[in-house]
Design a protein. Structure first.
Length: 287
């Protein structure tokens, strides 16, 4: 008896944009967003594909935070000395040139010099991204002699560091693979995995992923030695190390189209003789 019913609730994503104003910095006209408003303000934007950050003092002077390279291609980290000068020597040893790190740094400074300052950094150290997808699979790690491809649908919750361009993330994934008349096998899989974005741009990323642990609830119908149809339900927990590759393409401030080749090969599961076909296309948005 089939006992797997999947219900996907689609959420409406509300995209909040920072207000932008035009500023002239060293003769350059720039559209900048105000992230921190206090004794020292933090402004930023993505300009020509590059993140640029600025600090504004009480007299309205804008200073860019830079991190250029020397002749040996080592980062000079000028932004650290700039901020130490503006904050009367506040430590910058662990400061990174990211929106999250700069926001926390300037938020702490403003609070230390102004007792009436109200913190604007309410975000957690981690953020979440919800994804829905659908595609085709030939169930590469299951006996499938005729290489039958069946539909699949999935949902996942991706967990990543609160950073403008996070490279590392973990994910919790649920997906359902349908049976068809020629291949009477279906399964619901719950998995825990890790991703690393080796190409990580504002507009798109390409990543490798690995499923570290899976829990499968499977249903299969087959003919026994007496040529009678038998239906079997199985539950299996594995630590398979299933590797895949994917890409997220930005289509909005907080939304992405995603393409995933989810099951290329596994270290601890045998391929059953067919080259892997496990491709899904979906939509993700930041929560």
């Amino acid at each position: 008896m089939k006992k797997i019913i999947i219900t996907i609730l689609c959420c409406l994503a509300f995209q909040l944009n920072f207000s932008q104003e035009t500023y002239t910095v060293n003769g350059e006209s720039l559209e900048l967003k105000t992230e921190i408003d206090g004794d020292l303000d933090l402004l930023w934007n993505v300009i020509d594909g590059q993140f640029r950050y600025f600090v504004r003092t009480k007299d309205g002077t804008l200073t860019e935070l830079k991190n250029t390279k020397d002749e040996d291609k080592n980062y000079k980290e000028e932004y650290k000395s700039t901020l130490r000068n503006l904050t009367n020597g506040m430590a910058t040893d662990k400061l990174k040139l990211t929106l999250y790190s700069l926001r926390n740094y300037l938020d702490a400074y403003n609070a230390s010099v102004d007792s009436s300052y109200t913190s604007t950094t309410t975000e957690s150290n981690v953020q979440f991204r919800l994804g829905l997808s659908g595609g085709l699979t030939n169930n590469p790690f299951v006996g499938n002699p005729d290489n039958i491809k069946t539909p699949m649908i999935g949902a996942e919750l991706e967990i990543y560091e609160a950073n403008v361009l996070p490279r590392h993330s973990g994910f919790l994934q649920a997906r359902y693979t349908f049976e068809n008349d020629d291949f009477k096998y279906s399964t619901t899989e719950l998995s825990l995995g890790y991703r690393f974005r080796f190409i990580n741009k504002e507009s798109f990323s390409i990543y490798g992923q690995v499923k570290l642990a899976t829990l499968n609830f499977s249903n299969v119908t087959f003919l026994n030695q007496d040529n009678l149809e038998v239906n079997s339900n199985e539950t299996a927990f594995d630590i398979p190390f299933i590797f895949g590759i994917g890409s997220d393409i930005k289509v909005g401030n907080n939304s992405y189209i995603t393409i995933i080749y989810g099951e290329l090969f596994a270290l601890l599961l045998d391929n059953q003789g067919n080259f892997s076909t496990d491709i899904a296309v979906g939509y993700k948005f930041n929560l």
